[in-house]
Every structure is written in structure tokens, then in C-alpha cells.
Design a protein around this ligand. Structure first.
Ligand SMILES: [Zn+2]
Ligand SMILES: [Zn+2]
Length: 1103
């Protein structure tokens, strides 16, 4: 064979030029005859061997040791194999399958149209059915089959994998190949041979590693290894043209997205046939087997492999119920084989295995609840695709029955029971919840040739990836992390695939799969620091995020929720948690997310690169998933505390990095980019938190959730269906009543920016509102800790044209505490002083309100009046960039602030330019980014803010009168000191202008419905008492361990609220003006809390 291909170069050009289609057709006909003969001879040989074995009482017969009929039959098989090997040699000699050679298409089409693949398939089928003879003869058979399978990848018409453009494949040849492959089941039988060969090798008596006189290249494991690679390359080539720039989910059996516009319809028409080829039992088992091998591979490659490898391999093989006979012993794993033969790149074989499994299952696998995408104008799309699969896969299923006792076949039989069990539970599940059954009337069924259920595939994926990502013994670096980012990319795609499948399962079966999935994802993310890996994770993180608020149709609230979670609380609460969310929480989502963020920060510091990982984790896992507000409501407090602190430190760290001026302008640019991204993400997270917790809720939401009766009615399964449905709208898996859904959508559109809503399904936003009740202290904690990281934004280059939505978002975020302040201010007693209140209880209430006002004011007026500075910066930017809605939002915020802040604090920072007409300076828009904010009365009127202008005018008049009296500005600095706080509005009567403005503001923001939340001071005082942790009050402190602050002895003596991790932080806080600005107020707040709460949470804010 080698001689022929080298010596035939002259003949090659002759054949290249003169070999006609007819010539090649004739050649391949001859080959087909030869192949047919080979099958017959092989069957004969096998029968003889079986007879001989029976005569010998079952002892394995080696052909080499036989004489007579057996020997003669073996010789005939070998001779025919020699003839067969001439054909690949001829084609190789004339570069027949090289795209650039003359007449390439002609030859390949001749081969495909001569039913060559059918002949190959017949050979593979014969070998797979009969098994391999022991000894050298078996090696020869594999060698022959291997040369055939290697020829296959040459005739597919796919030149480059993955395909980047239509130049990388030849559509005519590719379609011919797909048709031939679908008709012949050649790939399915080829996979069976390898499965069978591995099975034979695994069960064979252990033999000396090397047989005498044999080159290791011709050893059975090596031959199988090459066979293995050839199949994988064929599978990848088969899917490559279809995958070309196709959007994620477009190729699923039940597509999640429309095909890329401009995709050749002829190519798309091949999809059902390709799916049919890949749905063969043998091919599916082949991929499953490889994933198990990946797990084994990782186990045997780790540093502890020598001791634990075998045990790990055994553990991994338990999945699918693989009998011992078909487990692959470590010595037969492809990577080990190829390594020992000095051949291949192991990474490559791992990556190949993952790619094959991923590409194949993405195109063939869907869970029973897989959603159907309704194509506009083509309602029958999904059903035709499925019919296509069914017809294409039908014969393959027949083939598997004929395959009989092959390795694939036996396992397929074992798992068929599991599949039907899945169907059974699906039926009972849908029977239990009638409305759900109506909504998912057509459950998806996999083609019968696929021996695995979606749940089993998920288990396989997590098993394989766990093997790769789990830290090996002795703290060694992760196997996968040491590999290239391409492997990481494949692994991430696998997780994304598992996420999709997990979301398509029956809720009853999903919990276990989800648990494993989160475990895998967590152990990967927590241990991954290498920055280049983060790019690979994008898809995976998005899929994991989408899973967080996923709802299974008809998942009953009480029945689906894990019981353990409710057992701790002692009573079942209909808290609206979805199954997927509850499982993620149980799997420690918050803890490992915090750990992963820390790791990403540490990794970035270690590698001196921007913290891409932080940006990606927070963005993809928390923002579009809408998961942060529900986490604040449901997660364990201590972990939540830690997560929020990690987020804050991540924000501060990336922000600090933005100001680094390195040598390399490109590096600086990247720091600014990542820092800016993190800032924008934090803005959006706070948008969600404040919208859900601190603004007026969507109308009718409460009655939708609780119904007319009590909240417990939703969990009573025996109730009247109609009555339960009325009150169960908020329960997971139940349709949200239309009115409530519309109200939530309206509220979302009003309170969240488009960026924040983009790519978030409405269903998820609704669920965010429905799952988020109670636990307001954590929302306040999030706001009061994260908002300060955004203070420096007002000067940043952030205020450019691209930042419109972030500016708008942060403005609405500032509006939430401003409304809280206004709410408290309006509730303050109108009397002159709290001491005059008649009863002790009234005095206490008044003191609490004053403390709250003081606390909110402290947040809004920190940094010498940050909220007003923000308004000034935003108005300047909005004017420059022509953003009318941003101007409106900023003026909305200003209206609230003008009413809620002490008049002198406003007067010192906002100046009104008065004048008649619209032509003068009074009509000019504000231009300065810094304080004082100069507003033209005429301009305000142009904006329709007559009431604001009137109120400011009144105030200016009053202030000028006050200034004559002397020095009232002295108390207006910074956070509105104690004196300033107490003075408003007790000593001042509101003017008519104020009252009119207040009426307008209260209507606009539905002030009466704005929920009561604790003030930051209350949270800072009470949370440590509840959780035993404290945060460091040092500005910009990056101490991550709240427990350390609690145990340190650094605290402010004045207020006994501000605690510090170190003397440095304490000194920094003093320098920042703590004593001057806030200490007294915090002391008063602490005393109020102490007397009011006695160190215990008030009932309404139970955590
Ligand atoms: Zn500190
Ligand atoms: Zn203090």
C-alpha cells in the first residue's frame, strides 16, 4: 500500500487527467464486488472459527495456530483484504480526494453513486455482527476496515472543519454524501465495530503488553485508536457545513431559533438526513462511550491516577448501567493508546471527543418538554422536521436490532427501560396538572434509534466534565485549565447543551440533573482563574443564567420544591421559588458565585490583566437572569452578605484599575473598558433591585399572588381547582393572570432601561417580581453598599453618547432612595419637636423617622452632595447628547430631592437663574457638570416643570431672607449634619408651591404605594446582630472577610456603629469626614434601633 502510493505518482497525473466518470464508476463497481466477496469470506471464516471453538469446548481459537479449512479461509480473507487495499492506494496515488486535483468532483461523485458506502456499510456490519477473530487476524480485519473509514472523510465534500464560508465545502458532493450515508448507515456500523472491538479487548484475558515480533503501530488498541479518530473526524465534518455561522439553537430537533438568514435552503434541506445519520444507535452510543472515556481519561491523567484511576473509571462507568464487559479499561483509552504509540496530541483527542458529543447531541437531542419555535408563516416547520427524522432513523433502528449482541446494542436495551420510565412519569405528571397538560399537549419523543434519554445525556455530560474539572489530589492545577482555551470552549458548550436539556426535562426528573449540573459548573468556575479561559465561558454562563429563573410548565409549588428547604423553616411558605432556583440555591449558588468572583479578581491581579471574569460572571449570571432580586429574597443571609461585599469590592477594584495609567495605552484602554462594563452591570443590577423592592409595585400584584384568601391556599392540592387557580397565579409553572402580567410588564418598562431588559424574556421579568417579596433589608444593603462604588461616575468619560441607558438607569436608581427619604420626611410629625409628642410610643416613632431621614440623606448627600452632583452631570450630558428622556428622568429626580432635602442644602447647590421671556440666560439649558447646578427658570418651564421652577423660586426667596438673618448655610454641608437634619421640615412650613410640586411628585411615583423599607442605618445596625458579620466602614476598603471586621477591635468610639478591619481604614474614614458629617446621626440611629428593636428584627422584615 505504501509502495503503491509512493511509486504511482506518474500514473497519478494520468488518472487525474484522463480518468472519466465512467472509468471511475467501473473502478468502484469492481471495488463493490470485492467488498461483497470480503463480507462472504469473512462470514465463512467466522462460522468455521465458531465450529472450531465449539469442538475445543469453548477455548478461544487463534487463527494463526490453526490449519486446514480455517487456515485456508483466513488466507482467502487476507488476500481479499490485499485487493481491497489497492483501491485506497489508487485514489491516494492520484490525489483523488484532494480538492485541488483535476477531476476531483468526478471521482468522488462516481464513488458515491456507485453505492460504495453501502458496500462499506455491509463490511462494517458483517464485522460488527460477527466480532473480531482473536490474534493477528483480528488486527488485520481492523486494519482493512480502518482504511475504508479513513477513505470516508475524503469523499464528504467538506474541505475545512469548522467551515467558515461556503468555500469550505462542496454542496453537490456534500448532499450526495449525506444521502448515501443516510441510506447506508455506514457511520452507525463503523461505530459498532469500534464499540465491539473495545468490548473484545476489555474482556480479553490480560496479555503481555506487546506481542513478539509486532510493531506497536499494528497493535489492536492502536488500530482502534486510529479508527476512533477517523470516525470523530467524519462526524465533525458531517455537521460542519450545517453549523456554519448558524445561531445557537437553530439546529436543534425542536429549533430555538430561526436559521441564519441567507442559509442555502438546499443545505438546510439536508438537516433531517444528517440528523438521521447521527441518530443511529451505534453513533449515539459511540458519543456516550467517549464521554465516559473523557471522565476516565481525566482520572488517569491526574497526579493521583496511579492509585485512584481504576476506582474513578469504575465510578464513571456506572452511569448508563454499563455492564463491566463494556467498560473501557484505562489502558485502552484512546489517549493512553496514542500516547504509548508516540502518536497523537492528547488534548486533541479530548477536544475531539467533546466536540463530537456536543455537535451530535445539539442536533439530535431534545427533552420531552422542548419548546417549539413557531416560525412566522410556517407553522408546520417543526412537525416536518420531526417526520424527517423519524423516516431517516427508522431503518437505523432496524439495523440496531440486526446488530444483535454488539456492545451498543446491549446497552441500548438496558436504557430503553429508562426511556419508557421517563415517558411514564411524563404521562402521570401531565395527568396530575390538567392545565399544564393542555399547554404541553405534544410531548417531544426522541427517535427510537436514540438509546439515551435527555436526562441520561445530561448525566453523561456532567459526569465527564466533573472528571475534568474537579481538582485533583494534592491541589494540582486542573486538568482542563492547563489545556488550551479550545478545550475550555468545548466544555463550556457541553455545559450549555446540558443546561438546555435540563430545562426541557419533566420537572419531576429535573432536580437531580440540575443538582449535578450546578455542582459541575461551580467546581469549574471556582477553580478557574486563567483569564483567557473566560472568553470560552460566555455561552455557558448565559445558559446557566437562563436556567436560574427557568420555570417548568406545571411544576407544582409545594410538590416540586425540595422538602429540605422548607423543613428548616418549620412551615411551608408559598414563596414563589421555582424548582430550578431552589436547586441552584441548595447547590450553593451564592457561595460559589462569591468564590468565583474572588477567584476572577485574584486571577486578574495575578496575571496583571483587567478582570474580564468579574465582568462576565456578574453580567451573564446575574443581569439578564434577573436573579439578584430573588436571591436577596431567598438566599442564606451570611452568604448573601459575602456575595454583595465581593461585588462591591469587584466594582471598586475595577474602577480603581480604570485610573491606572500604564505604559501601554492599549492595556489602559482595556482596563477602562472592563471597568466601565462592571460599572454598567452594577447599575443594571441596582436598577432591578430598586425597581422590585423600593418602588411602587405593579398594580394588582398582591392580589394576583395571594388571591382573595390567605397565601397558604396555593399549596393545598385538594382544593377546588377553580379557587386554587385564582390564588395561584404567582406560583411557579402556573400562568400569570393576564392583568397581573400586563401590570408587571408596564412597571418593568417604566422602571428598567432598555439595556436592562434587552434579551430578557418577559416571563423572567415577571418571575423576578413574583419571587421577590420580603427580606427588604438585603435590598437596602445591596443599594447602600453598591451605590457608593458608582459615585465617581459623574466625572467619568462614562457620560458619552453610548452610555445613555446607564445614565438613565443610574438616575432611576438614585430616585429610589430619594423617594424613601421623601416618604419619611412627609411622615415626620408636623409639630415643632419630637420631645413635644404626647406619648412615648409616638416619640419613638418620630425618633425612628428622623433616624431614617438622616440615614437616607447621608446616602444621597455623601461626597458633598452626590445625588445633586449626579443630576447636574446628567443634565449637562443629556443636553449635549440630546437625550430628552434622560433630561426628564433627571428632573424627576431633582423634584424629589428638592422636596426631600433640607431647603438650605438644596439652596447651596442649586441656583435658579430668573428672568422674563425665553430668550435670555434663563432659557439656556444647564451646562456645568459640577455643583452648583445652574437652572434657568425659562428652561425649566420649557421642560414643563413649572411647579419645580415655582418651588425653587420660593426657596431662593426664603433663603435670601434667611441669609440676611445670618449663617444658615453653615449646617448644610456634606451629608446634612445632625443640626441640618433635625431642622427639616419641622421648623419650616411648606409653601403652596412646595405642596403643588409634592402632589405632582406623589402622583407620578405613586408615593403612597412605595413600600416601606428599613434605612441603611437600621440595616447596618441590625444585620450584624442577625448574622454575626460586619462590614468595614473604611472608604474603598477591600477586606473580604466580614467576620474579621466583627472580631477586630477597631470601631468608632463616637457612634459605635462604624467598624473597621484595621487602624488604616479607621484613619481613612476619619479623614473622609465621618466625625464631622455622620457620626452623630449614626449614634442617634443606633440608639433608636436599640430602644426600638432591642436587637431583634421587626416582624415585617424578617430575614
Ligand atoms: Zn477596612
Ligand atoms: Zn462614628
Amino acid at each position: 500500500m505504501t509502495n503503491l502510493s509512493q511509486g504511482g505518482l506518474d500514473g497519478a497525473s494520468q488518472l487525474d487527467e484522463h480518468g472519466t466518470l465512467e472509468f471511475w464508476a467501473a473502478t468502484y463497481s469492481v471495488q463493490a464486488y470485492a467488498l461483497r466477496d470480503y463480507c462472504a469470506l469473512y462470514t465463512d471464516l467466522h462460522q468455521l472459527l465458531e465450529q472450531r471453538q465449539a469442538q475445543r469446548g469453548g477455548v478461544v481459537v487463534h487463527v494463526e495456530e490453526e490449519t486446514g479449512a480455517v487456515r485456508r479461509a483466513a488466507q482467502r480473507v487476507t488476500r481479499m483484504a490485499t485487493v481491497l487495499s489497492c483501491f485506497p492506494a489508487i485514489t491516494a496515488s492520484c490525489r483523488a480526494f484532494t480538492k485541488t486535483s483535476v477531476g476531483y468532483e468526478r471521482r468522488v461523485l462516481a464513488l458515491l453513486r456507485a453505492d460504495t458506502l453501502k458496500s462499506y456499510a455491509a463490511v462494517f456490519e458483517t464485522v460488527a455482527r460477527n466480532g473480531l477473530p482473536a490474534g493477528k487476524m483480528g488486527d488485520n480485519v481492523i486494519l482493512t476496515c480502518g482504511s475504508l473509514i479513513q477513505g470516508i472523510s475524503g469523499v464528504m465534500g467538506v474541505h475545512t472543519v469548522p467551515c467558515d464560508s461556503s468555500d469550505d465545502y462542496n454542496l453537490e458532493i456534500y448532499s450526495e454524501f449525506v444521502k448515501a450515508a443516510a441510506e447506508s448507515h455506514v457511520l452507525d456500523h463503523a461505530c459498532r465495530i469500534v464499540l465491539r472491538g473495545l468490548e473484545a479487548e476489555a474482556t480479553a484475558a490480560p496479555k503481555s503488553v506487546q506481542r513478539v515480533g509486532r510493531s506497536p503501530d499494528m497493535d489492536m488498541p492502536t488500530l482502534l485508536g486510529h479508527f476512533h479518530l477517523a470516525i470523530n473526524k467524519t462526524v465533525l465534518s458531517l455537521v460542519a457545513p450545517l453549523e456554519l455561522r448558524q445561531s445557537n439553537g437553530a439546529l436543534h430537533p425542536r429549533p430555538l431559533a430561526a436559521p441564519r438568514t441567507g442559509t442555502d435552503p438546499a443545505l438546510l434541506a439536508l438537516l433531517p438526513a444528517v440528523r438521521g445519520v447521527l441518530s443511529g444507535t451505534g453513533v449515539q452510543m459511540w458519543a456516550a462511550k467517549q464521554l465516559l472515556d473523557v471522565a476516565n481519561m481525566a482520572a488517569t491523567m491526574g497526579p493521583a491516577a496511579a492509585t485512584t484511576g481504576a476506582a474513578e473509571a469504575e465510578g464513571a462507568s456506572r452511569y448508563l448501567g454499563l455492564p463491566p464487559a463494556v467498560r473501557t479499561p484505562p489502558r485502552l483509552l484512546t489517549h493512553a493508546v496514542l500516547l504509548s504509540s508516540g502518536h497523537a496530541d492528547v488534548t486533541n483527542s479530548l477536544q475531539l471527543a467533546l466536540s463530537v458529543a456536543r455537535a451530535m447531541w445539539e442536533m439530535t437531542m431534545s427533552g420531552p418538554l422542548a419548546p417549539v419555535m413557531r416560525m412566522p408563516g410556517a407553522p408546520a416547520e417543526g412537525s416536518t422536521a420531526r417526520r424527517g427524522v423519524a423516516t431517516a432513523a427508522g431503518p437505523a433502528a432496524g439495523g440496531s436490532a440486526a446488530g444483535g449482541a454488539s456492545g451498543g446494542g446491549s446497552v441500548a436495551g438496558g436504557s430503553a427501560g429508562g426511556d419508557s420510565a421517563a415517558g411514564g412519569s411524563a404521562a402521570s405528571g401531565s395527568a396530575a396538572s390538567g392545565s399544564a397538560a393542555a399547554r404541553t399537549s405534544s410531548l417531544y419523543r426522541l427517535p427510537r434509534s436514540i438509546p439515551l434519554s435527555a436526562g441520561q445525556v445530561c448525566a453523561l455530560i456532567t459526569t465527564a466534565l466533573n472528571g475534568v474539572v474537579e481538582p485533583q489530589a494534592q491541589g494540582q492545577a486542573l486538568y482542563a485549565v492547563r489545556r488550551g482555551s479550545q478545550v475550555q470552549g468545548e466544555m463550556a458548550s457541553m455545559v450549555a447543551l446540558a443546561c438546555r436539556l435540563a430545562s426541557e426535562l419533566q420537572p419531576q426528573r429535573a432536580a437531580a440533573v440540575l443538582r449535578r449540573l450546578w455542582k459541575t459548573a461551580a467546581s469549574w468556575l471556582v477553580h478557574m482563574r486563567a483569564p483567557e479561559a473566560h472568553v470560552a465561558l460566555k455561552r455557558m454562563l448565559a445558559s446557566l443564567g437562563a436556567l436560574l429563573l427557568h420555570e417548568y410548565p406545571g411544576e407544582g409549588a409545594a410538590s416540586a420544591r425540595p422538602q429540605r428547604a422548607t423543613a428548616a423553616g418549620g412551615q411551608v411558605k408559598a414563596d414563589g421559588r421555582t424548582l430550578a432556583f431552589a436547586v441552584a440555591l441548595e447547590a450553593g449558588l451564592v457561595e460559589w458565585l462569591a468564590a468565583a468572583l474572588e477567584g476572577a479578581l485574584a486571577g486578574a491581579a495575578e496575571w496583571h490583566v483587567p478582570a474580564y471574569g468579574v465582568a462576565m460572571l456578574t453580567d451573564l449570571l446575574l443581569r439578564p437572569s434577573c436573579a439578584l432580586p430573588p436571591l436577596l429574597a431567598h438566599a442564606d443571609g451570611t452568604s448573601l452578605f459575602r456575595l454583595l461585599e465581593t461585588l462591591r469590592i469587584a466594582g471598586e477594584t475595577t474602577r480603581d484599575q480604570m485610573t491606572l495609567r500604564g505604559q501601554d495605552p492599549q492595556a489602559t484602554k482595556e482596563y477602562v473598558l472592563v471597568g466601565g462594563n462592571v460599572m454598567c452591570i452594577i447599575v443594571q443590577l441596582l436598577e432591578q433591585v430598586t425597581a422590585v423592592y423600593m418602588r411602587a409595585p405593579p398594580e394588582g400584584l398582591e392580589s394576583c399572588i395571594h388571591g382573595p384568601g390567605d397565601s397558604s391556599s396555593g399549596s393545598s392540592a385538594g382544593g377546588v381547582p377553580g379557587a386554587a387557580a385564582a390564588g395561584s397565579g404567582g406560583l411557579p409553572g402556573q400562568p400569570v393572570p393576564d392583568a397581573a402580567a400586563a401590570a408587571i410588564d408596564r412597571t418593568a418598562a417604566a422602571l428598567l432601561t432598555k439595556t436592562c431588559r434587552s434579551q430578557v424574556p418577559k416571563q423572567r421579568l415577571r418571575r423576578m417580581w413574583l419571587m421577590t417579596r420580603g427580606r427588604k433589608p438585603f435590598a437596602v444593603l445591596a443599594l447602600s453598599r453598591l451605590l457608593p462604588t458608582l459615585f465617581p461616575f459623574r466625572q467619568a468619560a462614562f457620560l458619552d453618547a453610548g452610555a445613555r441607558d446607564s445614565v438613565l438607569g443610574l438616575t432611576t436608581v438614585y430616585t429610589a432612595p430619594a423617594l424613601q427619604l421623601l416618604r419619611v420626611v412627609l411622615a415626620l410629625p408636623a409639630g415643632s419637636s419630637c420631645a413635644a409628642s404626647p406619648t412615648a410610643a409616638a416619640r419613638q416613632t418620630a425618633a425612628l423617622r428622623e433616624s431614617r431621614a438622616e440615614s437616607w440623606r447621608g446616602l444621597l448627600m455623601a461626597d458633598e452632595g452626590v445625588a445633586l452632583t449626579w443630576v447636574a452631570a446628567v443634565l449637562a450630558a443629556a443636553t449635549a447628547c440630546k437625550w430628552p428622556e434622560v433630561t426628564a428622568a433627571a428632573l424627576d429626580l431633582l423634584e424629589v430631592l428638592v422636596l426631600a432635602l433640607p431647603p438650605e442644602a438644596v439652596a447651596a447647590r442649586v441656583q435658579l437663574v430668573r428672568g422674563a421671556g425665553v430668550a435670555g440666560a434663563a432659557a439656556l439649558p444647564p451646562a456645568g457638570r459640577m455643583l452648583p447646578l445652574v437652572l434657568g427658570e425659562g428652561w425649566l418651564r420649557q421642560q414643563g416643570r413649572e411647579k419645580l421652577a415655582a418651588a425653587l423660586t420660593e426657596r431662593a426667596c426664603r433663603m435670601s431672607r434667611g441669609a440676611d438673618g445670618g449663617g444658615s448655610n453653615s449646617s448644610s454641608g456634606g451629608g446634612g449634619g445632625g443640626a441640618g437634619g433635625g431642622a427639616w421640615p419641622l421648623c419650616t412650613q411648606w409653601t403652596d408651591a412646595d405642596l403643588q410640586l409634592c402632589e405632582a411628585v406623589a402622583g407620578k411615583h405613586q408615593l403612597a404605594s412605595v413600600p416601606e423599607v428599613p434605612a441603611p442605618i437600621e440595616v447596618m445596625w441590625l444585620l450584624p446582630k442577625e448574622l454575626g458579620v460586619k462590614v468595614c466602614a473604611g472608604p474603598g476598603c477591600s477586606q473580604l472577610d466580614p467576620g474579621k471586621v466583627a472580631s477586630s477591635h477597631h470601631a468608632c468610639e463616637g457612634c459605635a456603629v462604624a467598624a473597621y478591619c484595621s487602624a488604616e481604614c479607621k484613619a481613612a474614614h476619619v479623614r473622609a469626614g465621618h466625625q464631622r458629617l455622620e457620626c452623630a446621626g449614626m449614634r442617634a440611629g443606633r440608639e433608636t434601633c436599640e430602644s426600638l428593636y432591642a436587637g431583634r428584627w421587626p416582624e415585617q422584615w424578617a430575614v
